[in-house]
Design a binder for this molecule. Structure first.
Ligand SMILES: Nc1ncnc2c1ncn2[C@@H]1O[C@H](COP(=O)(O)OP(=O)(O)OP(=O)(O)O)[C@@H](O)[C@H]1O
Ligand SMILES: [Mg+2]
Length: 708
């Protein structure tokens, strides 16, 4: 009995002339189609670069794609009707092609006597010289590009090389082992990513409905969007999408919050540029203490003791440094008075929190301290303070402190725990810790303090990191990762476009780390240890997961933490259900660790040499020919290869309507020049926003001045 492939002998187009593992030479029949083949059932362009042919063998058929075509002249052609080779003949053109074997198409007869095909990776048996070469039928093409398989659930586009057969992917494979979308600027990466998310959710919704289940897709896509383009693409699904951005926000969007109390020790140290020697431990101690102060189990009176002792230590330091600090110039006296006033105010506050006798003792200290300040006041300024003044305040602070329990007896909380604390007091608190410890930390602390105070004072920075209005950690996870049952939407778009550049790396590092750790902990807490499938999308990945530099010092920078966070997700995310989608214009600048862990690639047009070389190294040799097409791919076309597809295929990505595209259309110079589109300029508004004095008008996305 013939196999389904052999029975299609009318599709023979040539025969094998030469065979090498990576290349098969084919001589085309004289009557093989030369532009359009009609014998396949549907008109198919043939022969054509990158289209498929089959070479039947005992296991089914070897699938190969056309890598080269040409004409060679032969003196003695084989021609139908001409048997006499003794004639003097003119050279005759013969069409030849080179094909690259990529897979094996197995065939069986289904129960209903219809043939069934299934494609598998790799070549089981190489053809021999003289074997027939066939054109695939539409049904075989579907099997080759993957649509006939039930698990190919999400339609991505169609195949321009195979009579527009549908190309669909299996989300388990595509997202389960990380996807990299690479290509030059404007080649269509963002549209592809937006399409993938949209089509995945649509396909999931359709299946839920078809199978009679109830509810929205239980999916989680978290998009880190440095260009602020994705909110535009999902405007039509307001209930399904949560958009976070730096205020001002439009209706339906929320203020982006990555409070500094969520940062771990490494992240703090990187932002503060704390050196590993003395500065880092000090910074971490300060954070630990503040976090402990707000964690359950540490009594407030122990913390108050901590504050009182540190005030006493600061006073001792002042006394030890000579009279310059309190009886020197007007400025020093003023500073000293300010410190005493702060101590008095804090003591009043502490006294209201404590029980007797400490409460009234502290009230007395407050009164005495205020008395000292008032006795030296002279109008707006102050007279010299005396050693006795400061000694008395210091002594009374110490004696009250000694009646309170010691903080050391309570295990301080880990500085990495996402425990809330008031970030605004961190700078002050560090100063206290530093004076207590003495040594030469004061210089560092003042620069660190300046940096932290500066960050919080900058209105845009402060809005993101200060944790105002307060948000609980579980509420934050619900918002940024997703609620139970994806209630409130399957998609979180985190618009990073207005996040100031000083903190954007740390913000991305914190987000990536928290998404990863949340997935990790989810699995640990799940009764049967099941992971929570989630997808983290990173646009412009080359800025956030840059290839490491050899000259990096021991101190971590935010950019390095960011890279490490993604390297970790790339290495370990799969186990916890976390898939990564990276989109980048410069694959050669991406961290090799991350790229090597991406198992599926969608390659758009790539022109640059080093980027082409890099992607060629990432993929198996026998698709090398296909990749030669990379520099000439039109936008919307991409080569899909890797784990999610049995063989590399060229895809015409489905078109997204204008409203569903990320907002990144090419600039319309001509229409603006010729007044076809309005672009009025108000640098005043831009500059005041830039400087930080005024907020920009709400509702306008960054970089957009409102086209008509
Ligand atoms: N699937 C698609 N459907 C409709 N239009 C598309 C599609 N893919 C690309 N385009 C067109 O190409 C343009 C550029 O695409 P896109 O913004 O996705 O490029 P990009 O690779 O993300 O560029 P960049 O690297 O600069 O971000 C889009 O504005 C759109 O007009
Ligand atoms: Mg883009």
């Amino acid at each position: 009995m013939t196999t389904p492939i052999e029975s299609l002998s009318h599709l023979v187009v040539g025969s094998v002339e030469s065979v090498a593992p990576d290349k098969i030479g084919v001589l085309l029949e004289l009557d093989a189609p030369s532009t359009t083949a009609l014998n396949t059932g549907t008109p198919t362009a043939f022969p054509r670069l990158n289209s498929y042919v089959l070479i039947p063998n005992e296991a089914g058929a070897t699938v190969a794609y056309v890598a080269w075509m040409g004409i060679e002249r032969s003196a003695y052609p084989k021609r139908a009707g001409f048997k006499d080779f003794g004639l003097v003949d003119l050279p005759f053109p013969l069409r030849k092609m080179s094909v690259v074997p990529v897979g094996t198409l197995a065939s069986t007869w289904a129960a209903n006597r219809k043939p069934m095909f299934e494609l598998s990776r790799g070549v089981v048996a190489f053809p021999s010289v003289g074997d027939q070469v066939l054109m695939p039928t539409p049904q075989q093409v579907e099997a080759i590009v993957g649509m006939s398989n039930d698990s190919q659930r999400v339609r991505l586009g169609s195949s321009p090389m195979a009579s527009r057969a549908v190309i669909a992917v299996d989300p388990d494979r595509l997202f389960g082992r990380h996807l990299a979308v690479l290509g030059n600027t404007g080649s269509g990466k963002s549209c592809t990513v937006a399409g993938l998310i949209r089509w995945s959710l649509e396909a999931a919704r359709a299946t839920i409905q078809r199978e009679g289940r109830d509810g929205a897709p239980n999916a989680r896509f978290i998009v880190l969007d440095p260009n602020g383009e994705y909110a535009h693409a999902f405007r039509d699904e307001p209930g399904q999408t949560r958009v976070f951005r730096v205020p001002p926000v439009s209706a339906g969007e929320r203020a982006l919050q990555v409070p500094a109390w969520l940062w771990n020790g490494h992240e703090w140290a990187a932002v503060a540029q704390a050196q590993p020697g003395a500065q880092r431990p000090l910074l971490l101690q300060g954070i630990r203490e503040l976090k402990s102060g707000n964690s359950a189990g540490v009594p407030r009176d122990a913390l108050i003791r901590r504050y009182l002792t540190s005030y006493a230590t600061r006073l001792s330091a002042l006394l030890n440094s000579g009279t310059q600090g309190f009886a020197g110039g007007a400025r020093a006296r003023f500073e000293c008075a300010r410190m005493l006033e702060t101590i008095a105010a804090d003591c009043v506050q502490f006294s209201s929190e404590l029980s007797e006798p400490a409460a009234s003792q502290l009230a007395a200290v407050a009164a005495a301290t205020t008395g000292v300040v008032d006795s030296r006041r002279s109008g707006q300024w102050f007279n010299d303070f005396s050693v006795t003044d400061l000694e008395s305040v210091r002594g009374s602070l110490t004696s009250v402190a000694e009646t309170l329990p010691d903080l050391g007896t309570f295990a301080p909380i880990n500085e990495d725990a996402p425990t809330q604390f008031d970030v605004n007091v961190l700078a002050d608190h560090l100063e206290k810790v530093a004076t207590e410890q003495g040594g030469n930390l004061a210089g560092f602390i003042s620069t660190l303090g300046l940096r932290i105070r500066g960050m919080l004072a900058d209105h845009r920075l402060g809005q993101v990191i200060a944790g105002e209005p307060p948000i609980e950690f579980d509420a934050w996870l619900n918002d940024y990762i997703g609620r139970n049952g994806a209630d409130g939407g399957s998609l979180a778009i985190i618009d990073l476009s207005l996040v100031p550049s000083e903190i954007v790396h740390v913000v991305v590092a914190v987000l990536a780390r928290l998404v990863f750790e949340a997935s990790q902990r989810y699995r640990r807490h799940h009764p049967s240890g099941m992971p929570l499938p989630s997808v983290l999308v990173l646009e412009e990945a080359h800025t956030f997961v840059r290839r490491g530099k050899d000259d990096e010092g021991p101190a971590a920078t935010p950019a390095r933490l960011c890279r490490e966070a993604f390297e970790r997700i790339a290495r370990e995310g799969r186990k916890f259900g976390l898939g990564l989608v990276l989109s980048s214009q410069r694959p050669s600048e991406l961290s090799p660790t991350v790229l090597a862990q991406c198992n599926t690639f969608l390659l758009h047009r790539i022109v640059n040499d080093s980027d082409q070389e890099l992607v060629a190294r990432l993929v198996p040799d026998n698709v090398g020919g296909l990749l030669r097409e990379l520099p000439s791919l039109p936008s919307r076309q991409a080569i899909l290869l890797g784990w999610a597809t049995p063989i590399p295929v060229l895809v015409d990505i489905d078109e997204l309507p204008d409203l569903q595209r990320p907002k990144s259309s090419d600039p319309d110079f001509w229409d603006v020049w010729t007044l076809g589109k309005e672009r009025s300029i108000d640098w005043g508004a831009v500059s005041s926003d830039w400087v930080g004095t005024k907020t920009p008008p709400s509702g306008l996305p960054p970089g957009d001045s409102g086209a008509v």
